[in-house]
Each structure stands twice: as structure tokens, then as C-alpha cells.
Design a binder for this molecule. Structure first.
Ligand SMILES: Cc1ncc(COP(=O)(O)O)c(C=O)c1O
Length: 402
């Protein structure tokens, strides 16, 4: 046992037991059992094979050794950074203060180190993606929660206001991580009024101290309603242009381009040109990973220069959004058939079904060969890997809990 070699570290609460669940699901499937594995966080087709968008496959194959092997610039290739922000805000002419990161994970982790002191906390919406706890803990920080919305209720802005006020009182600054639209794990998005409320209360806090709002954009390419996503992005941009809050985005090619392993991401503050922030980001990058992977940057640059491929990728994203929507609808209808509450979905790879005692429900489902991830308010179901045909079995297993 090597415990004595490893300095004692914070053990972040609420971390998903996802690796163990996924490993067991794979083992039981390999031994011939018909399992339903809804723990995965990658898009798979109905045969269980990982989806890699055709456009991206082609671009990847075209990369030359010179686009892969050299170090990328420490802050990332400026053309890459611009292309990353323009995917979501096409009118932007500059990425602003920005750096390339290994995935959106790198961007989130870097933001905690850049904007907070150890001992401080990040405000986010609960339930949230489990690794947020780790990214915070690695910066010596923790997570403070305010509730995310539920399918039939507006956002609880009083709770958000209170949480923001208390944190500002305690630490004199705020960093907020907001995974909107298309949140993991709920599969829901805020509506215009929810967003307006959050932005207003953050603007209030910005009169008292620095406020940074980081939009975690991991899933917003997969949506039932692209116009809604566009509205959300425009709303954030309009606020960023005028508001006293520093708005940034944790960008990623993992889900949007199905390039999880290429580790392409960026932390960008497109509405801020302050060189002090750019320098701070550059130093953090150097200290943490030197330079982010070059191949991912080369791929995004090639895509940005090829309008035809962009159109094809957008068509692939629409297609898989429709597949996700049909899986969510199949689950919703199967749950209702069993007399259970349905599953609301606006976008992303997951839905969360509200249950009491999420861990106990997860265990009971596991005993029936159905694998999900417990989160604070319920169970997370990966519709990215749940076939519509498995929805009735899933619903029956949930009904069988008694
Ligand atoms: C909510 C959320 N944010 C960010 C990420 C970042 O992913 P990556 O680091 O692969 O870009 C993920 C990945 O699962 C996620 O679920």
C-alpha cells in the first residue's frame, strides 16, 4: 500500500461512481447478459458503436505530420481560437483574451485557478457534472450549489440570488460555471426569462466585486430547438457587450465534433481584450500543460476554411440531434406507459429522472441489468447510448422498484 507516498488531498464529495458502473456493465454484457448501459457519455449508434462524424473523420485523415507534431503556441493558434468562438458567435472578429486547453475540462480547471484563491468556491447549478468537484478541488476550491431548473418550474432566482450574495460576502468575488443550454445531467435549458434573471443578479453582484460567468458549452450542438440555442447565445453576447460581468466560454470539440480523445478545447473571453488576462491565462497554461494538443487545433482550422464541410458537419449534428430527440421521446412515452413521470429533454446527451434516494434506485436498476448514474436529484440516463428500443425495458425496471 502506497498511501504514505500520496499527500492527503481533498476527497471531493458526490463524485460519480461512473467508471465502476460502466466497467461492470461492459463485463456483464461480455458474459452474454442483455444489459442496458445508460452510463456512457459518448454518442453511440443503435448497434452500440461510437459515432464519429464523417466530416471529422475525413478532416482528421487529411492532417499532415507538420500539423500534428510541432508544439502549438502556448496560448494556442490564434486562427484556432478565432474559429472556436466563431462557431457559436459567428459575428465575433476576435477570440478576445483566450487560450487553447485540453478539452472543456481544461478550460474549466484553468478558470478556477485563474480567478479564485484557494479556499474560495465556485457557484454552479445543481445537479451538475461530477468532475466539477475535482476541477474545483485541484484549485483548492469547492463547489457551492444553486438549483438548476426543473422541467415544469422556472429557475429559483431567489435561491440563486442568495447563494451569489453569500459567496460575494465571503470571498469578495464570484466565479459561476453555467452549463446552459443543454445541461449535463438534466438535459434541460434555461429559458429567456431564467437567463435574464441570472444575468441581472450577477450584474448586481458585480457592483460589489469582480464577477466571472463561464458558459460551459459542451452539448449545445445537440438540441431539439436550434433557434432556442441561438437565442441563448445571442442573449449572453448582448449582456457581455454591455454588462459589468466578465463572460467567457469553456469550448470543446469532444461532443460537438465527436473528437473526445483529441482533447481540443479553449477558454475564451471574446468580449474582453485586456492583455493582463491574456498573460495570466498564458502563464497558467504553461504551468499546467505547456501547450494544448496541436492536431485538434489543426483540424478546427481546416474545418473553418471549408464551408462545404461546415455545412456537412451541421447536417450531421442535426441528424444526431434528431436521433437523441427520438430516444428521449421513446423514454418519455415508455415511462408514461408504466404510469411514471415522463422525461423532459431540451438538448445534450442526458436526461435526469427525479427519484428519491438516487443511489438506492441505481442499485436496484443495476440488479436488473440496467445501468445509470446517480446524481443529487435523481438518476442520469445517457440517451446518447440508450436505444429507443430499450426504453420499454428501462421503464419496466424503474417501475419494478416497487
Ligand atoms: C458538462 C460538461 N462540461 C464539459 C465537459 C468537457 O469535456 P471535454 O473535456 O472532453 O471537452 C463535459 C464532458 O463530458 C461535460 O459533460
Amino acid at each position: 500500500m502506497l498511501e504514505h507516498l500520496i499527500p492527503s488531498r481533498r476527497n471531493p464529495p458526490g463524485e460519480e461512481p461512473i467508471f465502476a458502473l460502466n466497467a461492470e456493465a461492459l463485463k456483464r454484457r461480455a458474459s452474454g447478459e442483455q444489459v442496458v448501459n445508460a452510463t456512457l457519455g459518448a454518442l453511440t449508434d443503435d448497434t452500440g458503436r461510437i459515432v464519429i462524424h464523417e466530416t471529422i473523420r475525413e478532416l482528421w485523415k487529411e492532417l499532415t505530420p507538420e500539423e500534428v507534431a510541432p508544439y502549438a503556441p502556448l496560448l494556442g493558434d490564434p486562427t484556432y481560437l478565432k474559429a472556436m468562438v466563431q462557431r457559436y458567435w459567428p459575428k465575433l472578429e476576435s477570440p478576445g483574451a483566450a487560450c487553447a486547453t485540453p478539452g472543456g475540462s481544461g478550460a474549466l480547471a484553468l478558470s478556477a485557478r485563474s480567478f479564485l484563491e484557494p479556499g474560495m468556491a465556485i457557484l454552479t447549478a445543481a445537479p451538475y457534472w461530477g468532475p466539477y468537484n475535482l476541477f474545483a478541488a485541484e484549485a483548492g476550491c469547492q463547489i457551492v450549489e444553486a438549483p438548476y431548473k426543473t422541467a415544469d418550474q422556472p429557475l429559483d432566482l431567489d435561491a440563486w440570488s442568495q447563494a451569489a450574495e453569500t459567496l460575494m460576502n465571503q470571498q469578495g468575488r464570484l466565479l459561476v460555471w453555467l452549463n446552459d443550454p443543454c445541461q449535463n445531467p438534466t438535459g434541460l435549458s434555461l429559458n429567456h426569462a431564467d437567463r435574464e434573471g441570472i444575468l441581472e443578479l450577477l450584474a448586481q453582484q458585480a457592483l460589489r466585486g469582480p464577477v466571472v460567468l463561464l458558459l460551459d458549452s459542451a452539448y449545445l450542438d445537440y438540441t431539439a430547438d436550434p433557434a432556442h440555442v441561438r437565442d441563448a447565445l445571442d442573449q449572453y453576447a448582448a449582456f457581455a457587450e454591455t454588462g459589468p460581468v466578465l463572460i467567457g466560454a469553456a469550448l470543446s470539440i469532444s461532443k460537438s465534433m465527436t473528437m473526445y480523445g483529441a482533447r481540443g478545447g479553449a477558454l475564451a473571453f471574446p468580449w474582453c481584450q485586456d492583455p493582463t488576462l491574456t498573460t495570466a491565462l498564458g502563464l497558467e497554461c504553461r504551468g499546467l500543460w505547456s501547450a494544448a494538443p496541436k492536431a485538434a487545433q489543426a483540424l478546427v482550422i481546416r474545418l473553418a476554411q471549408d464551408g462545404h464541410r461546415q455545412e456537412r458537419l451541421n447536417a450531421e449534428l442535426r441528424h444526431w440531434s434528431e436521433v437523441l430527440e427520438s430516444r428521449a421521446m421513446a423514454l418519455d412515452s415508455a415511462l408514461r406507459t408504466e404510469g411514471l413521470t415522463g422525461a423532459a429533454w431540451h438538448g445534450g446527451f442526458f436526461v435526469t429522472l427525479r427519484v428519491h434516494e438516487p443511489s438506492a434506485v441505481t442499485e436496484s436498476l443495476r440488479a436488473q441489468g440496467v445501468f445509470v448514474v446517480p446524481v443529487s436529484t435523481g438518476i442520469r440516463v445517457g440517451i446518447c447510448s440508450l436505444r429507443a428500443a430499450d426504453a420499454p425495458r428501462f421503464a419496466r425496471a424503474l417501475k419494478n422498484l416497487g
